[in-house]
Design a protein around this ligand. Structure first.
Ligand code: SF4
Length: 361
């Protein structure tokens, strides 16, 4: 069944042609592709693209939502700082994400000063206007948002400003999924936004080491369908390369200036992800020369025994591309958009939230 939205889609004819080409290429076996981008999940679910694909071709969502992947312990750290009287700034998506016992929104209700900002520059401005107040910005996101944090650090924010760095890096998580063998992956649809920054080269070792086809796709329905077609062509030809479908925004070398700023400010470290164990070289921390902006060092915050998921929540498997959100027994029953139990139901990039908004698949 084609979604009503796709019926009205301006490139519906082209989309239909690509779907026919996909059907011609589909091998006589089960094929599983995984994407790692909340915006791809929105396009796929909103336009009902899964319903157009052959039955033996599945596209799962992986760890594509940075808010969902931020461990409960790191949200607990922000809550702990807020309780100490420190002004916390964060993006709106992070506000309602459940951690061990509370959310940042709940902590604000309890009297703490937690504010939503649209950019790190807004957070720095708050610090400038309140020089006697310590301000900590919760810096989350993948390689897409990390350059703006790096640029702000290089500009030299005021002394009363610091960062709780929660950034994660996408290619190491993709490698973890391949290496763990928990689920068979025949190809990756690589994220469009992240790739505008890092380019296509960081994905190449995955294709070489794990012989997995990859394509960097854009966010229109025809982009995603073309990406699937490109992956199927690689499978048919026995190739395993990184191809760029999203050529209007992504260059193989990426955004070199942004990469330089990130290298200058951050070092790459091993860290846990929500739903994952420690993933080697998968996160950023501030380099030693910028440690005066490191909230963990400045305030010595330490949180132990954080609880990643509420009982029954299967977000971990959703984030690792093992199950669809609707396979969670709580989906749409105990867990809804209005009363989310797990992180994947909170933000518009979370796979469970997307499925709840646009219909389960
Ligand atoms: Fe977690 Fe809710 Fe998704 Fe289930 S439906 S995996 S409880 S967020």
């Amino acid at each position: 069944m084609v979604s009503a939205l796709l019926e009205k889609y301006r490139d519906k004819k082209l989309a239909t042609k690509i779907v026919s080409a996909i059907q011609e290429l589909i091998p006589n076996r089960h094929v599983k592709f995984v994407h790692v981008c909340g915006s791809h999940e929105q396009t796929i679910t909103r336009f009902g693209l899964r319903s157009l694909l052959p039955d033996n071709l599945e596209v799962f969502s992986g760890p594509g939502c940075p808010v969902c992947c931020t461990p409960a312990a790191e949200i607990d750290e922000a809550i702990e700082l807020a309780r100490q009287g420190i002004l916390i700034t964060t993006f709106g998506d992070m506000f309602r994400v459940p951690s061990t016992k509370n959310t940042l929104a709940g902590t604000k209700t309890d009297g703490a000063d937690v504010r939503i900002v649209y950019s790190v520059a807004d957070a720095v401005e708050i610090a400038c206007r309140n020089p006697k107040q310590e301000v900590v910005h919760v810096a989350i996101g993948f390689e897409t948002t990390a350059p703006s944090i790096a640029a702000e650090v290089l500009r030299g924010p005021p002394e009363n400003f610091s960062l709780l760095i929660c950034h994660r890096l996408i290619p190491p998580a993709m490698e973890f999924l391949l290496a763990s063998g928990e689920t068979n992956i025949d190809g990756f649809i690589c994220p469009g936004h992240v790739s505008t920054v890092i380019g296509s080269k960081p994905y190449e070792p995955l294709s070489e080491d794990y012989k997995v086809p990859q394509v960097i796709a854009g966010f229109e329905p025809v982009d995603v369908l073309l990406g699937i077609w490109i992956l199927l062509k690689q499978l048919r030809d026995g190739r395993h390369e990184v191809e760029i479908e999203y050529t209007r925004s992504v260059r193989p070398e990426g955004n070199v200036v942004a990469q330089e700023k990130m290298r200058e400010v951050f070092e790459v470290v091993d860290k846990r992800w929500r739903g994952f164990p420690v993933v080697p070289k998968s996160a950023f921390e501030l380099r030693q020369e910028f440690e005066n902006y490191d909230a963990r060092k400045k305030f010595g915050v330490q949180v132990k025994d954080s609880v990643e998921f509420a009982k029954g929540c299967r977000c971990g498997e959703v984030l690792r591309g093992v199950i669809y959100p609707s396979e969670c027994p709580l989906f749409g029953k105990a867990c809804t958009q209005e009363h989310p139990i797990g992180p994947c139901a909170v933000t518009s990039e979370g796979a469970c939230n997307v499925a709840m908004r646009h219909g389960k698949f």
